[in-house]
Design a protein around this ligand. Sequence first.
Ligand code: MG
Length: 155
Amino acid sequence: MIGIGFDIHRLTKGRPLILGGIRIKYPKGLVGHSDADALLHALIDAILGAVKSGDIGDLFPDTDPRYKGISSAILLHRTITLIRSRHKRFVVKGVDSIIFAQEPKLGKTKSRIKNNIARLMGIKPDKVNIKAKTMEGLGPIGNKKAIAALVLVDI
Ligand code: MG
C-alpha cells in the first residue's frame, strides 16, 4: 500500500529548526502548534494515507492544548503504535521524501535525518531516502519564508 503526505510551515526568527526530528543550525525555525517538523508531519500523513486512516489533523488536532510544542517524533511514534494495533501486518517497505528548502543547505544533514527517521520508525536506514531541493528562489519557499516536505511511504 502506498501513501503520500505533504506539509508546509512558515519560517520565523526565534524558533528552532527541526526537520525529521533533527535540530538544524539556522537563524530561523518553523512556526506551528507542535514543533512544526514539516517532514515528520508529511511522513505521518503518508503513513495514514497508506492505511486509509485520515490525516494528522484527525489524530492530533492543532486546537488541542496537549499537542502544543510537542515533539513530532512523539506524534510519529503514537501514529505507528496506533496503526500497528489496527494492522497486524504493518511492515514499512520504504520511505521516499523531498524537503523543499531554499536555506539552509541540507546536503550534510540528509544522512542524519535519514538515520533518525529509520530509528524512529524501527526500520533500516537503507529503506529511507531523503532528497533536498531548493525552489530556485521562486515563491515563498524560494524567498525563505517557508519549508515544505513531500513524503511517499510504501507499506
Ligand atoms: Mg504541519
